[in-house]
Write a protein that binds this ligand. Structure first.
Ligand code: SAH
Length: 356
């Protein structure tokens, strides 16, 4: 059983190689690929224009790892839907479907848990278990499309996990989701968010994928940033900004800086001034996020703090918008559902894995 190949993680070229190895014609691979990635049919038996023999063979060699929606929360305010998906090994990830005027966007997880330990983030609290495979990232989209009966037109990699800590699988996912013979989603409509793993930002820049890079900055001060984001102890703000400048010049793309405004931590006028000095002249945009309350922490944002902060930045010539909060009634902040599931039954499993 376990030796079956995960067919949804294979590129078209890899599928061709597999089928050639099984003595099949190359064009069959494209047919199968389209059943999976265009028609989104996850049962070999239903691939009706493929011979019965080949369907049997596919069944024997490959597995299709579906995700099971363990929980689904629908916001009554703005149609945001949050899914808690159970993976084939019993782990959980979260996916959020959001409705915008231009279409539907989806926020996907890239790891089960996260190693990065950002203080304000619920994903860090439930601990790290493992990285997701390309198909597990992709299936969050396909399963959600099935469930909601729509096609997703934008993807943000901002769910649980650090995408650049799962670099190869994330890149493979990006190639799959945008494959012209398959799902064909333009990477222009994809945003990858990172806490700032500097060497991987350089690696990503070289691939020139055309996606939007979003960098979680959250403070212009090294001491403060190291307190709330341990990754800063490895890659400090100077190194991060240099990598961001390289990314902008290598790709020609504008960067977004994410800044969760936290009262008494990073929301002063001085913080705004220092942030403005830090990023002045860069092709970038600042996205201010009122911090989502996480029950283990007492971080919060005052009612007007984010807007005031945007005002300070504006006076210093820096473009900033306050992000609209979606799904505020369903704990749409990443990591909260999985943490709750972990508290109930998965805790032992997770603790054991974390020690490795
Ligand atoms: N690991 C990646 C992507 C996942 S987090 C990253 O760090 O960017 C997606 C975004 O949500 C990041 O900007 C993160 O800093 C932010 N975030 C996490 N917890 C939050 C909270 N409680 N309130 C507001 N933003 C939060």
């Amino acid at each position: 059983m376990e030796s079956k190949t995960d067919i949804l993680s294979l590129s078209l070229e890899e599928l061709e190689e597999h089928l050639a190895g099984m003595g099949e014609k190359k064009f069959r691979a494209k047919q199968v690929f389209q059943w999976l990635h265009v028609k989104k049919v996850f049962d070999f038996e239903k691939m009706t224009d493929i011979s019965v023999q080949l369907r049997r063979l596919l069944e024997e060699y490959f597995c299709i790892n579906r995700l099971f929606a363990e929980k689904k929360l629908e916001s009554s305010i703005d149609n945001t839907v949050k899914y808690l998906y159970r993976l084939h090994d019993g782990n959980y990830v979260e996916t959020v479907l959001m409705e915008y005027s231009y279409g539907h966007s989806i926020c996907v997880s890239t790891q089960v848990g996260c190693k990065m330990g950002c203080r304000f983030c619920a994903s860090a609290i439930a601990g790290y278990v493992r990285s997701l495979t390309p198909s597990e990232i992709l299936m969050q989209i396909y399963e959600t499309e099935h469930d909601a009966g729509l096609r997703v037109s934008g993807v943000v990699l901002m769910g649980i996990g650090e995408p650049l800590d799962n670099f190869d699988n994330v890149v493979k996912f990006l190639r799959l989701v945008s494959d012209k013979n398959g799902n064909d989603l333009s990477l222009r409509h994809v945003t990858l968010s990172t806490c700032g793993i500097v060497p991987e930002i350089y690696r990503l820049a070289k691939l020139r994928l055309g996606l939007t890079l979003s960098v979680s900055l959250h403070s212009p001060d090294n001491i403060r940033r190291s307190e709330i984001m341990p990754v800063n102890r490895a890659y400090n703000i100077d190194r991060l900004i240099t990598a961001c400048k390289d990314y902008i010049s290598a790709t020609g793309r504008r960067i977004t800086f994410e800044y969760a405004v936290i009262e008494g931590v990073n929301s002063s006028r001085e913080d705004a001034d220092r942030l403005a000095d830090l990023i002045r002249g860069m092709n970038c945009h600042v996205n201010l996020i009122p911090v989502n309350k996480v029950k283990e922490r007492d971080y919060h944002t005052g009612k007007n703090t984010a807007a005031e902060f945007a005002g300070y930045l504006g006076k210093r010539g820096i473009n900033a918008t306050v992000r609209r909060t979606l799904g505020s009634d369903i704990e749409a902040a990443c990591g909260q559902l999985r943490r709750d599931a972990a508290e109930k039954k998965e805790v032992r499993n997770i603790e054991i894995q974390v020690r490795n």
